[in-house]
Design a protein around this ligand. Structure first.
Ligand code: NI
Length: 391
């Protein structure tokens, strides 16, 4: 027997009530990054209900890694879902709203998790026909951008040849996916600039070096970093989000702190920015007789989709009768990019007919997308097994 696209579509349709049940149970019990203990326990339970799936014991505090073994040898394809929730007070009024005060699955990671459990059930059923293995990554702490690194350090990616993942997209309808080869989401880095001046009396500024004035000049000068140093055909964002100085109204403080984030798409741009930023901060400060020091805190690279894996997702979506549109890139970040640094991967937007943007207290999604994405990821995994070369 061979696996056909309609096999997955029909099977996913039958699974739909169970996927809704899984998603709603997760939705009612959201847990924040690195605290996903009950979520982990629930995922393990659901996977154990699927005969034949093997949970890999990697010593993770939270999160689950499991594997489906096909009857024949072949590559290993990873499917990734993030599992954490947000410190948001839910205001959807849904009967299955969060039961945990101040916490909510406001980014739809409950949907991602239920979908990939669905894909796992579909694939395990076809295990006698599969050539290779499917690795299931239920990743904690995406919101804090540390979960992917934890999984990689634990060995979750060992032996994996390619990785596929998604994020729900409220503005796309159910049955549509957003696809894009190349950069889809930006790199995320953090910076801190300490400005040292000389404190004094507010009424005697000539005897002080005012770090407030220096910091303001640095903030203004940084606005030219993107417009004058980054190609107009590339994109980058520099945002100063915190500026702290002084403790009262009539004293010039002796120091100030600026903190913010930089987002880029191209690795070359990402590499160039810290030195440019340092030059601007130091140069401006020096002009005022002050000093500035840059602390650069690298976080995650850009989500950059591999062309071959993108074509596999396209073929899978078309085989499943889905509508494929060019994905709009975003300057937001995703630690899925850390997997893509190791193996070829593709990250897609999954249409969910939502009414609000991610992280909104009234964030919703249409549950019909559960069966759609379960079938799509099962289909894509099978296509990837057939075409990805083993390392
Ligand atoms: Ni999210």
């Amino acid at each position: 027997m061979t696996i056909t696209a309609s096999t997955f579509r029909e099977e996913a349709g039958r699974l739909q009530p169970k996927l809704v049940e899984i998603r709603r149970e997760l939705h009612q019990h959201p847990e924040l990054s690195q605290e996903e203990f009950e979520t982990t326990r629930r995922i393990r339970g659901w996977l154990e209900e699927i005969d034949g799936i093997r949970i890999l014991e990697l010593g993770l505090k939270t999160g689950v890694v499991a594997e489906i073994e096909g009857a024949m040898p072949g590559p290993t394809i990873a499917l990734r879902a993030d599992i954490d929730a947000l410190p948001v007070k839910e205001e959807t009024g849904l009967p299955f709203s969060s039961t945990i005060p101040g916490k909510m699955h406001a980014c739809g990671h409950d949907f991602h998790t239920a979908s990939i459990i669905g894909a796992a059930a579909l694939l395990q059923k076809q295990a006698p026909q599969l050539k290779g293995k499917i690795r299931l990554l239920f990743q904690p702490a995406e919101e804090r951008a540390v979960g992917a690194a934890e999984l990689i350090a634990a060995g979750a990616l060992n032996g994996v040849d390619a990785v596929l993942g998604m994020h729900n997209k409220p503005e796309l309808p159910v049955g549509t996916i957003g696809l894009r080869s190349g950069p889809l989401m930006a790199s995320v880095d953090r910076f801190e600039i300490s400005v040292s001046g000389k404190g004094g009396h507010a009424a005697i500024p000539d005897s002080a070096i005012d770090p407030v004035v220096v910091s303001s000049a640095i903030v203004t000068a940084l606005q030219s970093l993107v417009s004058r140093n980054v190609s107009p055909l590339d994109s980058a964002v520099v945002s100063v989000c915190r500026l702290e100085a002084g403790s009262t109204w009539n004293v010039i403080p002796d120091s100030a702190i600026l903190e913010g984030t930089v987002r880029t798409f191209q690795p070359e741009t990402r590499e160039r920015i810290p030195a440019l930023m340092q030059r601007i901060a130091e140069g401006v400060a020096q002009g005022y007789g002050a000093a500035a020091e840059l602390k650069w805190i690298p976080c995650i690279p850009a989500v950059n989709n591999h062309s071959e894996m993108t074509e596999i997702m396209r073929s899978a979506a078309l085989a499943q009768g889905l509508n494929v549109v060019e994905a709009a890139p975003t300057m937001g970040g995703e630690d899925f990019s850390l997997y893509q640094e190791k193996v070829p991967g593709c990250f897609i937007w999954m249409g969910t007919s939502g009414t609000e943007e991610w992280h909104h207290p009234k964030f919703t999604l249409h549950e019909d997308a559960l069966a759609v994405s379960a079938a799509l990821f099962a289909e894509a995994a099978v296509l990837a097994l057939a075409s990805v070369q083993m390392k």
